[in-house]
Each structure stands twice: as structure tokens, then as C-alpha cells.
Design a protein around this ligand. Sequence first.
Ligand code: NAD
Length: 491
Amino acid sequence: MSIDIATLPAVVPNWVAGKAVESSSDRRQPVISPATGRVLAEVPLSRASELDAVVASAAKAQRAWAAVPVKDRVQVLFRFKALLEEHLDELAELCSLENGKLLGEARASVAKGIECVEFATSLPQLAAGRVLEVSRGVECHSVRHPVGVVAGITPFNFPAMVPMWLFPLAIACGNAFVLKPSEVTPLCSTAMARLMKEAGLPDGVLSVINGDREIVEAICDHPGIKAVGFVGSTKVAKLVYGRASAHGKKVRALGGAKNHLVVVPDADPEMTATNILASFTGCAGQRCMAASVVVAVGDVEPIIDRVRELAAAMVPGRDVGAIISPAAHARITGYIDRAERDGLKILLDGRKARSEGDAGGNYLGPTIIDGAPAAHECACDEIFGPVLSIVRTKTLDEALAIENANPYGNAAAIYTTNGGVAQYFAERANAGMIGVNIGVPVPREPFAFGGWFDSKFGDGDITGEQAIDFWTNTKKITTKWSDKHRSNWMS
Ligand code: NAD
């Protein structure tokens, strides 16, 4: 048994050369359960100077790992997948404990991570390269090489799934991977590193270094790290993209979002209402694919009424998970306070919701703000909580103009029973992931995850085939053989 949540370490270790290693840093912060307020452990904020040893062990391991044929490398991932399934309950519990998600949500997130592992096991089928006789007797073929030591920096909101967007595929590609999880939710990462070791991964191929800005900047600057995958807020994504690319690294940095769900009058009322509800309250609204704005086109009152009715019946702690921290809770309620002050209609007030959760938890009920002007902060900013703003328009084109004007481009969805309307919207909405009657349009494998504009810096998607391109460099080999076999030295 590899994950024992009953005996969490007092101080979360780093994971270096296949072992738990105590950070030498004197800087630490508590890991606090958002659902109870209980301190679970302390996490070290590793010093930049600690990164050298991690990269050195990773570089040594990577040379040997790259020499292992890809068909053998993915065998580790087949075993990792089996271990994840065997330990799904414990990993989900750990994820829920440190993040405050409901247990069912945590299970679903681990299951989605497992899909990414499955995709990585297909690498031998996906990365066979190309060959062509480019002129008589001259052949060109391409082969993929690992990039070397690479890194991933991840956010608090999916402590198991987002790391699994990154490290399984990067490792299958022959890289050694240095993971820097969110310091707010560091526990799942070491648990997964232990499972990778148990699956047979050679020591040093996967490392975990805990920390904050200091270690992120050190990763961006370190000459031994050749590529960085980042997932987090737009502000930090931009910083990481700029800093790591200035050092010549490959960088793909996913940022925040403000997702619009457009509802037109012919939408199926019950399906639309339940779907909008799930989109804005799931993971307590703390996901980059969450619905944040409903753009109501014309008269869709029965649907809005039903969303309100269903949301009002939700009990925080039972149906809605916890907010990550008291500071995030205050930031979210600040948006509601200001919307109220500005005269917007608070159709449902989550500040008043009765919680079934622990008294020390950061709970907030679903909140619906109606009649938001398109330029109001509640319709423009990423609130990252269970808060839905409703903007009213008369036409679909007005709704599209609002969606198109927002600086993010992660997801957008339309609810309609008319295929032509759906196609009109899908062609014109400016986002990387479009939903038709689906409020969380996460592309499942083999389709790739990635937004546009301020939701992503750097080219390509973070998962799927474009991620294989990211975690590899392609070598083109042009070959010409003269026909001299009779004088071959072997004969
Ligand atoms: P965050 O940007 O605060 O943190 C992400 C990572 O960056 C963490 O590992 C953190 O330690 C590090 N970091 C934080 N501040 C830093 C700084 N100043 N300099 C260098 N590194 C820094 O994000 P978060 O609050 O953990 O996560 C929530 C955000 O992530 C939301 O904006 C959400 O939309 C976004 N997100 C996006 C996606 C996506 O696919 N686009 C997926 C999940 C989350």
C-alpha cells in the first residue's frame, strides 16, 4: 500500500532520486484542509539552491531513460495506471482533503488523470515518425528525441489531474520530469511519485520539488531545464512564459478563464438548467472550465428560474465543495458585495447559505447575479468561485460580441436544440474549447486541452498530440547509400 492518508508526514518531503528528501529550507507554510480548517502538514518552500541537486539527479537518470525503447518506457505507465486504479480511493481522498473538493469530484478528477496516462501508453502508436524517398536513392526520415530534463508547475485546483496532464506523457517521451506542485495542495504529487516508483520508474526520472515563487523562478532560469509546462493563473502564466522563454526554453503556459454559456430560447429547459448548475457549482467554481457568465438571449426565464431553484437547494459541504482558503473566500464574497452595492440583482445569495460542512471550512453557497452589464467586473473577471453572472441580450450576435470581447479564450458553450444555431455559434465563438449543450466542454483524450488568448501563452495544447511535439524535438535524417555491397567490409 503506497498511500497512507492516516499517517501524513508532518513536513511534506521533496522527492529526489527516487526518495523522500527533507528540504533544507527554513521557509515553510501550513497545508490546511479547506473543508475543516485543520492543518494537515507543513510544506517546505524550497530554496533555489536546492534545485541544482534535483536537476543533476534528473539529468543523470534522463540519459539512461532516453536509451530505453519507447515500448519499454510505456510499460511503466501501464503499471502506473493499474496502481492508480488500485489506489483511486486513497488518492481521491487525499485530493479532497488538501483541496476541499467533494469526494466524488476528486474521484472524477483522478479518473480524468488516468485517461491522460492511457494516452501516454499509446506513445509507440502515436510517435512512429515519418519516412519518404525525397529524391532518387535519398531517403529522409524523422525521429523524435526527448528534450531532456523538463519541468511542470501546477495549480491548486486539480492536485492529481493537472500534474497527470504533464508528467506521464513527458516521461513516456524519454524526458526526466521535475514537478513543482502548488504549495497549497502538495500532497497528491508525492503520492503519485511513490506510485511511479512502485510501477518501476527508475530513480531520478520523476522528481518533486515543493515551493513557491522562488523555486518557480529558479526553474525558469535553470540552464539544465529545457522545457516548462505551466498551468495556473494568467498573471503567473505570463510571467513564467516570459521568463522561461527568455532563457531559450520551450514553454507552454495555460492561464485563467472567463467562460460564457449562451442560452437561446429554444434550449431544452431541464437539460440546460441542470447543465448550467453543474458547470458553475462543480468544484465550487474553482476550475478553469467553469461557467462564469450566462448570456441569456431573449426570454429564457423558465431556464433561469430553474437554475435558481436547483442552486437554492444545494447545501455547501454536501453538494458544493469548499473554497480553497479564507482569502479566496473573501475575494469571492467581495465580488458579490460590490455587485450588490452597484445595484445588480442578487438572485441567489450564497453568503447566506447554510452549510453542512465543518464550521472551520471555507464554504459559500451558489450565487447568481442577474442583470450584469457586460462591462461589470462580475461579468469580466475570473471570480473562481460558485458565482454565476447573468448578462441579458436581445440577439445571438450581441451574445457572441460579448463572448468575443473577453480577453480569455478557454471555453464557451451554447444551449440550443437547433443545429444551425449551434454551428453558427461554434464557428464564431473565440475560445479553444466549445460546448454545444455541454457547460464543461473538456475535450476527452485523444482530443487536446488548451484555450486561446489570455488563457494560454505559447503554441499548442497542453495534452494530446501537440503535447508529444512539445515534449520532444524532431530530428530529420537524410540518407543516401551507394550500391557497393560487394565491397562491403563485412564480406
Ligand atoms: P497560481 O497562478 O497562483 O499558481 C500556479 C503555480 O504558480 C503554483 O505552483 C504557484 O506556486 C506558482 N506561483 C504563484 N505565484 C507565483 C509567482 N508570482 N511567481 C512564480 N510562480 C508563482 O494559480 P492557482 O491559484 O494555484 O490556480 C488557479 C488558477 O489556475 C486559475 O486562474 C485557473 O483558471 C487556472 N487554471 C487554469 C487551467 C487551464 O487549463 N487553463 C487549469 C487549472 C487552473
